[in-house]
Design a protein around this ligand. Sequence first.
Ligand SMILES: NC(=O)c1ccc[n+]([C@@H]2O[C@H](COP(=O)([O-])OP(=O)(O)OC[C@H]3O[C@@H](n4cnc5c(N)ncnc54)[C@H](OP(=O)(O)O)[C@@H]3O)[C@@H](O)[C@H]2O)c1
Length: 268
Amino acid sequence: MTKRSMKFTYVAKTALVTGASTGIGAVFAKELAQRGCSLILTARSQERLNLLANQLQKQYKINTLVIPADLQQPTAVADLVRAIDQQPIDILVNNAGFSTHGAFHTIAPEQEAALIQVNVAALVALTHAFLPGMVERRSGLVVNVASVLGFYPLPYQAVYSASKAFVRSLTEALWAEYQGSGVQFFALCPGPTATEFFQRMGKDLRMQKMSPEAVVRFAFRAMERGVPWGIPGWQNRLLSGLLPAITPRPWLLQQLAKVSRRLYGISG
Ligand SMILES: NC(=O)c1ccc[n+]([C@@H]2O[C@H](COP(=O)([O-])OP(=O)(O)OC[C@H]3O[C@@H](n4cnc5c(N)ncnc54)[C@H](OP(=O)(O)O)[C@@H]3O)[C@@H](O)[C@H]2O)c1
């Protein structure tokens, strides 16, 4: 991976974090507050956002603004942009996301459409909304939370892994497009992380998970190196970077389907 060292200055910048009510997004909010950023926090759970915003405001003496939004709604991004009301966004953390699971034909199409709306369409729309200002100011940072599943498709989480492949691919392209513009892009590609993600998916898998704190600390270190993407955790790097590169694709896909069937208790 080509590296381009870049030290971003966080003090007195404004960051918009989606999915900030819990998990990886909430930890991003804390780390950014600690670095002196003002925060705009969004997710659906207003109470949790208010609690976090108040705590960070007190602890780090930063400005915070909570704007609840349901990114499943096609008009949510336009409403969010309107509520932000021309405030310059220096850092955009596109983190909100969720997964469906199961055999493709058994999943409600509306659920998959909602997933695509949150994981993909809202991320693209928010990037469109705030990138022009960053380019104009010749300064900005866009963090897109992808997944190790951006490197290979996981059968029985097919639409989710496709959404993360989209996010990784988009971020890499934009990383290259905006070289030298002062705007940095980074795709964070975590493996299993101990958040509410699996409960929300309806399957809390018993497997080793990284803490969201370790994942986000890794992200800040990787971003300093100016790389387009990063996978936290050496086991994840081994599984997601190396394995797909050295194994025949049909074999890999069959093994992944087997593992997935076992994890999700799917017969076949
Ligand atoms: N945990 C993992 O193993 C893992 C691994 C790789 C990648 N990721 C990615 O990491 C990101 C963060 O996930 P997490 O692990 O922190 O999961 P999480 O604990 O479930 O948090 C998900 C966040 O997204 C928000 N969100 C979900 N649906 C939304 C909607 N319709 N509108 C607005 N906000 C919505 C949630 O807030 P509300 O419910 O309040 O709206 C919450 O703040 C996601 O993109 C996920 O795909 C997670």
